[in-house]
Design a protein around this ligand. Structure first.
Ligand code: GLN
Length: 223
């Protein structure tokens, strides 16, 4: 493994770093363009305020290397504002940032009163009978390697994985108003799509880095 670059211009980047520490995975904060060096093989876009992050991405010069990373099909994980930065289109904001995730995303989708709440749902396409199921507290990588061992040389990134009963923390989060053909729904809450995967892009409207559940981060590291 290389190093996970965590966008650190604004928002909840420290919490992602703490998650990666718990998994023993190296990380580097991305504050300036020169921080994006050859060691970076995956990127996390944290929660925060997407408009501010978008401006700072431009002024720091970090937009271009991250856009090139995503265009090369390398792993990227966006949480909350990070999901907004990844979306192809926003339905209540004219900005488009990386535009890589085939989805229309609605900012602050729950309104003021319901802006922040906690829910529980499975993360992963649960209609796939061959999916690797990982219970709460279990290791994603051991579940994947056990399943890969049984099936021969399957690529971990091609496997579908279901994380049972994932805690979902929402803070003035978005939801996905329209899922494009290239994206797969990973989680919904009350009929609203809040987790997507598209190749090596993961995007959640919620904040796994604010829980003590490391499974989505582990899944991301397996991509
Ligand atoms: N409301 C924020 C935005 O629209 C996202 C909130 C979050 O990342 N917690 O950018």
């Amino acid at each position: 493994h290389g190093v996970t670059g965590i966008l650190a211009v604004q928002g909840a980047f420290a919490e992602h770093a703490a998650m990666l520490d718990r998994l023993g995975a190296p990380w580097k904060l991305l504050r300036a363009a020169e921080d994006f060096d050859d060691s970076i093989d995956r990127v996390i876009l944290p929660g925060g305020e997407s408009t501010t992050q978008g401006k700072l991405l431009r002024s720091t010069g970090l937009f271009e290397p991250i856009a090139a990373h995503i265009a090369a099909g390398k792993p990227v994980f966006g949480t909350c504002a990070g999901m907004i930065l990844l979306a192809r289109k926003l339905d209540n904001d004219s900005n488009v940032y990386f535009g890589a995730l085939d989805a229309v995303v609605r900012r602050n989708a729950y309104g003021r009163q319901l802006g922040s709440f906690v829910a529980t749902a499975d993360f992963g396409a649960s209609d796939d009978a061959d999916a690797v199921v990982v219970a709460s507290g279990e290791s994603v990588s051991s579940a994947i390697s056990a399943a890969a061992g049984e099936e021969g040389a399957s690529e971990a990134s091609d496997m579908s994985v279901v994380l049972k009963d994932f805690p979902l923390v929402f803070i003035r989060g978005p939801f996905v108003a329209e899922v494009g053909e290239r994206a797969t729904v990973e989680t919904s809450v009350d009929g609203n799509v809040v987790g997507l995967r598209q190749g090596k892009i993961l995007a959640t409207a919620f904040h796994p880095e604010l829980t003590d559940d490391t499974r989505i981060h582990e899944l991301f590291l397996s991509l």
